[in-house]
Design a protein around this ligand. Sequence first.
Ligand SMILES: Nc1ncnc2c1ncn2[C@@H]1O[C@H](COP(=O)(O)OP(=O)(O)OP(=O)(O)O)[C@@H](O)[C@H]1O
Ligand SMILES: [Mg+2]
Length: 394
Amino acid sequence: MGAAADALGLEFSSLAYSSLMAPGHRVGIVGGGQLAVMMADAADDLGLEITSLAQVADDPIFSFGRQGFVGDALALDDLRQLASNSDVLTFDHELVDYRVLAQLETEGVIVRPGSTTMAIATDKERQYELFERLEIAQPDTVVVSDLASALDAISRFDGVAVLKTARGGYDGRGVLLDSSEAAVREWFPTGQTTVLVQRRVDVEIEVAVQVVRAHDGTMVTYSPVRTVQSDGMCSIVHIPADIAPALEDEAMEIARKIAEAIDVVGILAVEFFVLDGELLVNELAARPHNSGHLTIEASATSQFENHLRAVTGLPLGPTDRIVPAAAMANIVGQTRGEPQDQSFRPDISVHMYGKTPRPGRKLGHVTAIADTTDQAIERALDAAKELEQESEMP
Ligand SMILES: Nc1ncnc2c1ncn2[C@@H]1O[C@H](COP(=O)(O)OP(=O)(O)OP(=O)(O)O)[C@@H](O)[C@H]1O
Ligand SMILES: [Mg+2]
């Protein structure tokens, strides 16, 4: 914090600095989705109070009777209203404008992670530049802003590419995996948009690392999890990741290096591809992440608790894995309502998000604990399938 403040030419009195170290117990969350809900659950155990700035009146936060109001996460006045009830602001999603966050900071609002971190975390172009600067291997990338340049870049990658909008994409929606000319023409955004064209690499394995960083630079790191995607959306996560221990260590070290470089306060998820036994970094999320949900059951401290600990200045908790193996499966589809969790064995935990059903929408997840990853994956998939079937539209 000191070094970053110096770099920005800011001065803190010792009084201001001590208030920064312990911002208090009221946490304002920008967003009212499932991450906000799971943060609120963790907050109960820590004696913290949560208020959410939700996007719409049927956001998950309200399904669980949590405190919040509906507003626009891009609007300064709505964020000011959230700040007026909070000691620190943090995030459930990335659809925010870092310049507005910077304005709040100049007004004395504590935002964690801060505006400079969010400027990078919300923008894949800045992430690409950061990885280049830190000399962390990543897929070959060309940044473009018009269709003709995109098609040109794709041909440089022998026609096999992935296209990503720099800002505003999530759950695979900002990503095009089909680089045929017709698909690219249809997908390419109109207006002033920055797009990354990446060589499509032969991904063998995808892993993610969660690192949590406190205001004083202290960090704790979770062991890598393996993530499996279908249609560009994460469908299975398991731990252990079943990759070489040296690769695990390297991924954790890279994640810490990035966390330090972007001065994150809170949790940071770093996604990687494994290719020929080497790591390529994919992208970042400076918030609790789908790949870390299984830490609720599998780790000594969940990602949600550790994120809240970091942003409120509480000591960080241990990240040890406390079960032999765990797997998480998303519940996606047309769920009608709450499932009958009682019908599941005690080694299965069901988390429904209280969302209005929509085909393809993530409506919840299950985590299975087992002796081996294969067993855990099988049980998680079975349970998720059962929940999706059980609650199909009549
Ligand atoms: N260069 C690439 N080569 C091969 N596959 C890729 C590449 N880039 C992305 N993918 C695939 O597409 C998925 C989604 O890409 P990415 O993580 O960049 O997008 P996202 O929509 O921001 O992700 P998320 O679903 O995590 O929000 C990756 O997990 C991976 O399976
Ligand atoms: Mg991703």
